[in-house]
Design a protein around this ligand. Structure first.
Ligand code: C2G
Length: 129
């Protein structure tokens, strides 16, 4: 069984996220999503989420492509996660291109093109007009 992992906040879940998760699942048979906790978002990513971790977890777990959701609590956990979950492929959007090449010692690293016209920031901006 080919195991894939990806990381993210997935706040204000939209079709750009779904596009990513669908393609991520196509790379294997089992998809793990490491979901950024509220603390990690606030302290390390300086992101304010609309939905808290519990709600974002419920949303991501409901996606047909996702098999397991685990918490993302630090930048450093990726190597441990890949070992712990016997991951074959790490995948993330190409806004991160090159940033996680150090994981190539442990698994395949794939950067997928982002869905250009949509983002949580754009949704918030459009709603405010
Ligand atoms: N994404 C996408 N297209 C968009 C928006 C997001 O393909 N229009 C992808 C991102 O590239 C990422 C995933 O969807 O792979 C989740 O997006 P975010 O929640 O914005 O993820 P990010 O905050 O970049 O978190 O340790 C890694 C970080 O946790 C990644």
């Amino acid at each position: 069984m080919k195991r894939v992992i990806t990381y993210g906040t997935f706040d204000l879940l939209h079709y750009g996220h779904i596009n990513l998760l669908r393609r991520a699942k196509q790379l294997g048979d089992y998809l793990i999503v490491a979901l950024s906790t509220d603390e990690f978002n606030r302290e390390m990513k300086h992101k304010t989420c609309y939905f808290g971790y519990a709600q974002r977890k419920e949303l991501v777990e409901a996606i047909r492509y996702v098999d397991l959701v685990i918490p993302e609590e630090s930048w450093e956990q990726k190597k441990t996660d890949i070992a712990l979950y016997h991951v074959d492929t790490f995948v993330i959007g190409d806004d991160w291109k090159g940033k996680f090449d150090f994981l190539k010692e442990q698994c395949e690293v794939v950067y997928l093109p982002r869905t250009k016209e949509i983002s949580s920031t754009k949704i918030k901006q459009d709603l405010n007009h």
